[in-house]
Design a protein around this ligand. Structure first.
Ligand SMILES: [Zn+2]
Ligand SMILES: [Zn+2]
Ligand SMILES: [Zn+2]
Length: 724
């Protein structure tokens, strides 16, 4: 007897898995399960009997009854994957999605080869608009059972929702090939063709759907839409009516009918149809569009009743908000999912960007000075055509600033144009910025100050803090500003709600404490600032300490002409970053003609320059940089801020400097955006190879070999990435 029973069960299993899927008519499906039920009863396979009863009940749309049968089946045989699947499908039908997914998972765990629950999972994810997940589930079902048409149909629907029409069509075609009597993919094909405005082909696909399954409402709805779009209103009306008659609980045909009735000048009936669509659970954004249609129709009815002339009524209608909403929706309804998706992706990116977690202080991201500017001076503030693109050099020609990291604290120095871009390209974010210092008020040193403030504000919002009034919970940036920047920003920063009151950096004043381990001193510079004064700009000397005391000094001249006090200011610095500006080619006219009594040419010879003769008025130039190097003798000397005209020749300048450096100086390096100097008692340079970018691999100074990359920036490659 047991042998018979297990044979019967095997037969039922085979028939369910391989025969049932090709039966599409509801009555035939019910008959199939009644037959299976009889077989099971005869063989005494009670769990299978309950499973078959559950399937019949669900096909008769008795969902509660079906659920009870499946529960009974599972009480008899908890290992029955098919009963779990049946239960999942009823729960899905009832929109109890979490429970449905749990039942499908159970079915999968009991029978990993069973494709249907993967299809079920796909449909749940699809209902919840989690398209990537849905697609993955359908793919899995296809891989388990390549002959199974349903997951191909599911794939087609997702691809259509994502606007991938050609792929959607191919998926529907595949489903049709696997099972020519399966009507749904024909309808899906019609929908895609309709989206593509291939109306004749779409109509043919709908006709085919109707021929296979005359009980299905959806193709009639599709036909109605096309006939309405083509202005064949009299034909569209019976199509919608047929769709509603076959599928009275479906909201969409009522919506289509409402739109049609409006076009036929029947506002009262139109509003009625839209109301019915909403009652039946029309989803957003269709629901909002329907509400607007109703308002529009009611306005029209009112003005008609008020006896307003037709022209006046029409004008009032055209100028109403509702006309805009409904007409725009009709015109854009196919675009809305795409717009919505892009918007959500963008919002996600922004949230991810401002809400990133802190890296500074973690793993290798500590104790270093990052050059976050390509090489150039003010040119990034110019319009693109003037930045010398096309020639050698990185096309983007980004500006930026510097970023000093010491004992887990991040200090931004002069965040000019593109600083934020450069910071994020290094894998850092606003969460890594603690202090911002500004040395003078040229835009190539300040433009991203406000970007940083704004991003810190959004960072706080992303962390759930209330923005205003100035909130103590807010993560605050601290600012240290030169005179002109203090004048420009202090009120703004004080009221921003996310910045501590800025402190003024006084030239030659006392050292200013940034953290227990970082002091900064503002040293005199001379550079014509935006306010017309050339005595207010500052250079910076950082005194970096650890628990035991001073470790090293880092000096940044920022922009300054050569002045006699510079060597004293930067004395004892282990690293100096100097701004060169341009090269002294002396093309400007002599500042003064020859003094009285002298030959006119004599004055020109002294003051008018010529190659490398005069000092620059606003920057160190080569001579100023060279004197500073020779006096200070830092271990590492970095030359940055070159004029646009030096994009290629700066390499030669660096080479000559390196050759002529004093013995104490280990390296003269180009200050561009691939340079990150490892700080500490031993200096190093971080590998700029992309694979090392996030780990800040240190190259000891004696192994540093700068090479010029294709983007005309220096590259520093560790032994692992270099050619042996
Ligand atoms: Zn500058
Ligand atoms: Zn400047
Ligand atoms: Zn490397």
């Amino acid at each position: 007897m047991t042998g018979d029973r297990s044979e019967t069960i095997e037969t039922m299993r085979e028939r369910y898995l391989h025969e049932y899927r090709y039966i599409h008519k509801k009555a035939d499906r019910i008959a199939f399960f009644e037959e299976i039920g009889d077989m099971a009863a005869e063989a005494g396979a009670s769990a299978w009997k309950r499973f078959a009863d559950g399937m019949s009940a669900s096909l008769r749309e008795d969902m509660e009854g079906a659920l009870a049968f499946f529960e009974e089946a599972l009480a008899l045989d908890p290992q029955n994957a098919y009963a779990w699947y049946g239960k999942g499908s009823v729960l899905r039908e009832q929109k109890r999605y979490d429970e449905a997914l749990a039942a499908y998972e159970k079915a999968i765990s009991l029978d990993p080869e069973f494709a249907a629950p993967w299809y079920g999972k796909g449909t749940v994810a699809q209902s919840q608009k989690r398209y990537d997940e849905a697609l993955a589930a359908y793919e899995k079902a296809v891989s388990l059972d390549p002959e199974f048409a349903y997951p191909w149909y599911g794939k087609g629907n997702i691809l259509r929702a994502e606007g991938r029409y050609d792929e959607a069509l191919a998926a529907f075609e595949k489903a049709i090939t696997l099972d020519p009597q399966f009507a749904a993919p024909w309808n899906g094909k019609g929908n895609v063709l309709c989206d593509q405005k291939r109306y004749d082909e779409a109509l043919a696909a709908y006709e085919k759907t109707i021929a296979i399954d005359p009980e299905r409402g959806a193709p009639w709805y599709g036909k109605g839409n096309i006939l309405r779009a083509e202005g064949r209103y009299d034909e569209a009306l019976p199509a919608y009516e047929k769709a509603i008659a076959l599928d009275p609980e479906s909201a969409a045909p009522h919506y289509g009918l409402g739109a049609l009735l409006w076009l036929q000048g029947r506002p009262r009936e139109s509003a009625e149809a839209f109301r019915r669509a909403i009652e039946l659970g029309l989803e957003s954004p269709w629901k909002e569009a329907a509400e607007s249609w109703i308002e529009r129709a009611e306005r029209m009815i009112k003005s008609k009743e008020g006896g307003k002339p037709k022209e006046e009524r029409e004008q009032a209608d055209r100028s109403s908000d509702e006309a805009l909403v409904t007409d725009l929706f009709e015109a854009m309804k196919d675009d809305l999912p795409g717009i919505r998706k892009k918007k959500m992706e963008f919002e996600k990116q922004i949230a991810e960007s401002v809400g990133r977690s802190r890296i500074v202080g973690e793993a290798g991201a500590d104790d270093m000075l990052l050059v976050l500017r390509d090489w150039n001076s003010f040119s990034p503030i110019l319009r693109r055509e003037l930045r010398g693109q096309g020639g050698p050099g990185p096309d983007e020609r980004l500006g930026g600033g510097y970023f000093l990291v010491w004992k887990g604290h991040g200090v931004v120095i002069d965040p000019g144009v593109d600083f934020v871009t450069q910071l994020y390209r290094k894998g850092l974010s606003i969460a890594d910025v603690d202090t911002v210092i500004v040395t003078h008020c040229h835009l190539d040193h300040t433009r991203d100050v406000e970007s940083l403030v704004d991003m810190n504000y959004r960072y706080n919002q992303a962390k759930g803090f209330k923005p205003h009034p100035a909130n103590d919970d807010f993560r605050q940036l601290q600012f240290r500003l030169c005179d002109s920047a203090f004048m420009k920003y202090s009120e703004y920063l004080k009221t921003s709600g996310c910045c501590r009151s800025p402190e003024q950096l006084v030239r030659g004043g006392n050292t200013n404490r940034i953290t227990d381990f970082i002091d900064v001193e503002a040293v005199p510079a001379q550079h014509m600032d935006i306010n017309g004064r050339d005595q207010e700009a500052i250079g910076l000397v950082f005194m970096l300490k650890d628990d035991t005391g001073p470790v090293m000094r880092v000096g940044i001249t920022s922009d300054s002409k050569w002045i006699e006090s510079l060597p004293k200011s930067f004395k004892g610095c282990d690293v100096v970053v100097a701004h060169l500006g341009t090269i002294e080619v002396g093309e400007e006219k002599a500042a003064t003609a020859g003094k009285a009594g002298e030959a006119p040419d004599a004055g020109k010879d002294v003051n008018g320059g010529g190659f490398l003769k005069t000092d620059l008025k606003n920057h160190l130039g080569t001579k100023g940089c060279f004197r500073l190097l020779q006096h200070v003798k830092p271990k590492v000397f970095v030359i940055g801020e070159f004029g646009e005209e030096l994009v290629e020749t700066r390499f030669k300048i660096i080479q000559v400097f390196h050759r002529l450096k004093p013995q104490e100086t280990r390296f003269v390096l180009g200050g561009d955006s691939n340079l990150a100097i490892g700080l500490g008692k031993e200096l190093s340079v971080c590998c700029s190879h992309p694979e090392c970018a996030r780990s800040w691999t240190r190259i000891p100074l004696d192994q540093v070999r700068p090479v010029i990359g294709g983007d005309f920036l220096f590259q520093y490659i560790c032994s692992q990435h270099g050619i042996a």
